[in-house]
Write a protein that binds this ligand. Structure first.
Ligand code: MTE
Ligand code: MO
Length: 383
């Protein structure tokens, strides 16, 4: 594969793998802005970054179980109503490095920054599908229906040199409230090459792996996508399953991500002077569930205090309220007095009262995905 045409990248990114390029920002930079700057947004790739240079000829083939296949050009996408959706994208492998410390796992080692919050601009997939005669649906509880497969331009070794692909249920794709986008903008700029230029899918509230970049075709299919990343990866197995007894077909592909929170203002281990310390970070849940609460402990989890939460400046954040960005993270903050060396812990509660698990061992899985255990940092207080 050809890595000679990779785009330029910000020098402060921590590179976890050079080819394919996988990198994340320093945690201190992450929670300092509600909307993550594009150049600091984590980059997760499985192959070389494709180069689309003739934008007038670029089009997405819409095919499969439909009466009339269609070629969707950029001008067709731009003709549809444009939506700006603020949504947090999180890699299922976020915090994998910490999980691998209990027991070895397979996958790119990520610290806590394989996540970012962006304003995605584009057309709703529901509007695109309506163009080809698939009506909108507002009841998302329907199951057993068809699926919408997204196939990319990029080539990756897991697919034996074939394209990256994934699918979502048709009921989600045709539901305007699910806010699934074909995005051509990120933070009000044209999407850049690393993030999927010219067009990518954004599936809010779902692990990043389903938000296919560099879209090449959309396939309406009877069964979910049989590609590697749906069937042989990104599945959550119990701690008892290892590489010698794994049966991939026993589990469903992971879609929504669970409730998560991370302290970004402190490294692990951090040396500080005794006195007031501001503890801040992000909290987010999947499926459009808001964040009800973020609890902070400065004694390793014995006692807790509540952090304040915010999204965009100005409006107070209330979980699941109309004024909140339902697909976006909240930033939290609390200032406390830390007199001696201790362990600081964060745990969030979402609007369905789901809570992060206490220990990483209990959710250990061989692929090292969805480490949402209590986030802990050690502080050493010196004089
Ligand atoms: N789409 C394509 N075509 N190729 C990829 O390698 N990686 C997926 C997803 N979409 C991927 C892809 C994964 S695992 C994640 S977490 C997100 O893209 C990362 O998106 P980002 O690089 O814009 O942050
Ligand atoms: Mo990912």
């Amino acid at each position: 594969s050809d890595y000679s045409q990779e785009p330029p990248r910000h020098p402060s990114l921590q590179i976890n793998s050079k080819v394919p390029f996988n990198a994340e920002p320093p945690r201190s930079a992450l929670a300092s802005s509600y909307v993550t700057p594009v150049d600091l947004f984590y980059k997760r790739n499985h192959g070389p970054i494709p180069l689309v240079d003739d934008i007038d000829r670029y089009c997405v083939d819409i095919c499969g179980l439909i009466r009339t296949p269609k070629k969707l050009y950029m001008r067709d996408v731009r003709m549809l109503p444009k939506y700006n959706v603020t949504a947090t994208l999180q890699c299922a492998g976020n915090r994998r490095t910490a999980m691998s410390k209990t027991r070895k796992v397979r996958g790119v080692g990520w610290d806590v920054s394989a996540i970012g919050n962006a304003v995605w601009g584009g057309a709703k997939l529901a509007d695109v599908l309506e163009l080809i005669g698939i009506p909108k649906l507002t009841c998302s509880t329907q199951s057993g229906g068809k699926h919408v497969e997204f196939v990319s331009i990029d080539k990756c070794k897991e697919e034996n040199g074939g394209p990256y692909k994934a699918s979502i249920p048709l009921s989600q794709a045709t539901n305007p409230e699910a806010d699934v986008l074909l995005a051509y903008e990120m933070n009000e700029e044209p999407l850049n090459r690393d993030h999927g230029y010219p067009l990518r899918v954004i599936v809010p509230g779902v692990i990043g792996a389903r938000s296919v970049k560099w879209l090449d075709s959309i396939n309406i299919i009877a069964e979910e996508c049989q590609g590697f990343f749906m069937q042989k990866d990104y599945k959550m197995f119990p701690p008892s399953v290892d590489w010698d007894n794994i049966n991939w077909s026993t589990r469903r592909p992971q879609m929504d991500f669970p409730v998560q929170s991370v302290i970004c203002s402190l490294e692990d281990v951090q040396s500080i002077k005794p006195g007031k310390v501001t503890i801040s970070g992000y909290a987010v849940s999947g499926g459009g569930r808001g964040i009800e609460r973020v609890d902070i402990s400065i004694d390793g989890g014995k006692t807790w205090l509540e952090a304040s939460r915010s999204q965009k400046t100005g409006a107070p954040y209330i979980a699941d309220h109309v004024s909140s960005d339902k697909w976006a993270w909240v930033l939290f903050e609390v200032t406390v007095d830390i007199p001696y060396s201790t362990e600081i812990v964060a745990k969030a509660v979402d609007s369905a009262a789901n809570v992060q698990p206490e220990n990483v061992q209990d959710i250990w899985n061989l692929r090292g995905i969805l480490n949402t255990s209590w986030h802990r940092v050690q502080v050493r207080v010196g004089h």
